[in-house]
Design a protein around this ligand. Sequence first.
Ligand SMILES: Cc1cc2nc3c(=O)[nH]c(=O)nc-3n(C[C@H](O)[C@H](O)[C@H](O)COP(=O)(O)O)c2cc1C
Ligand SMILES: CC(C)CC(=O)C(=O)O
Length: 356
Amino acid sequence: MTLRALHDAAREALDPVRYDYVAGGAGEERVLAANEQAFESYRLLPRVLCGSETRDTAVDLPGARQAAPVIVAPTAFHRLMHPDGERATARAAAAEGAVLVTGTAATTAVDAVVAAAREAAPDPAVWFQLYPHPRREVTEALVLRAEAAGCTALVVTVDSPVFGRHTRDLRNGFTDLPPGYAAENMRDLPGAPPGSLTDIPMSPALSWRDFAGIPRMTALPVLVKGVLHPADARLAVEHGASGVIVSNHGGRQCDAVPAAVDCLPAVVGAVAGRVPVLLDGGVRRGSDVAVALALGAAAVGVGRPVVWGLAAGGEAGARTVLATLRDEYDHTLALCGGRRNADLTQDMVVRKGGTW
Ligand SMILES: Cc1cc2nc3c(=O)[nH]c(=O)nc-3n(C[C@H](O)[C@H](O)[C@H](O)COP(=O)(O)O)c2cc1C
Ligand SMILES: CC(C)CC(=O)C(=O)O
């Protein structure tokens, strides 16, 4: 099945309100559209006769050695999309050698997610996405929970000082989880009410000082997710980040920012090789992966496509998405004369309005 067919099947399978929750974005959904459109404006300039018969697409990431270059971006509430929920996504990612980022808003507790991943592979990489809480002890409890579960890195989301205004959810009245579902990782935290959507911590009071406390709480590498400005990428590295994820939250936060991939080159320049830079937003085909890697990303994340796979076909559907992207990327690498990801370089990307 193609990714487009899986998306169609997911639309058929899902309750329309849940479909809209995943598909939608903030405001007029300008950024949602821009993330995909931006990839349309880039083209690859292949190199030829490079002897690229044997190819190796694995990457070393913080807390994940020899991983696939496509990772599963954190998306909330998988049990709303398929009864097997995050367990299915975890098994799919582990089987495909892809990092799974599970998170604060998962409908399955992090220890059960890691256990499911271990059913599919002996040494899976599961990262934990954290919405830091303004009360340090709550953040610390979440960090300890992720560490004890066996997560190998933390991802701190920094683009959500307040909830995004998701137009479709407001129209549909989808402002809380249906009965029977909870953000399971929020249960039994000190002083934190359990599990409803609005309990997920987002606070405009947080600052780099709060962020800097997180790498001090844990031996795990800590990545920062949701950076667009190169100055923030520099600050992230200075405050102890082990990786920077360029992301506009899939167009679900500020509806006036650039497409994620358009922000990548400046962030890569600012980070200057000190830590890996990842990208998510709008990646829908293997050639998008190639463009992002050529522009300096170490790996890319996919959000909605994996959820469509999950909704359409559970573990097998999510696996198909990851396997398809990996296969398409390897094929594109071959077409561009590459043997390794590093063979894709900035000069091999051209832009509409630029050189074509
Ligand atoms: C349904 C949904 C839920 C999401 N939940 C989270 C979340 O809990 N934490 C987070 O950091 N990002 C979240 N994101 C953002 C994704 O991690 C990612 O940035 C985005 O989906 C990438 O864009 P793509 O969907 O075009 O691949 C969510 C995105 C979607 C679509
Ligand atoms: C619970 C939400 C905050 C999850 C999220 O980040 C999103 O829906 O974009």
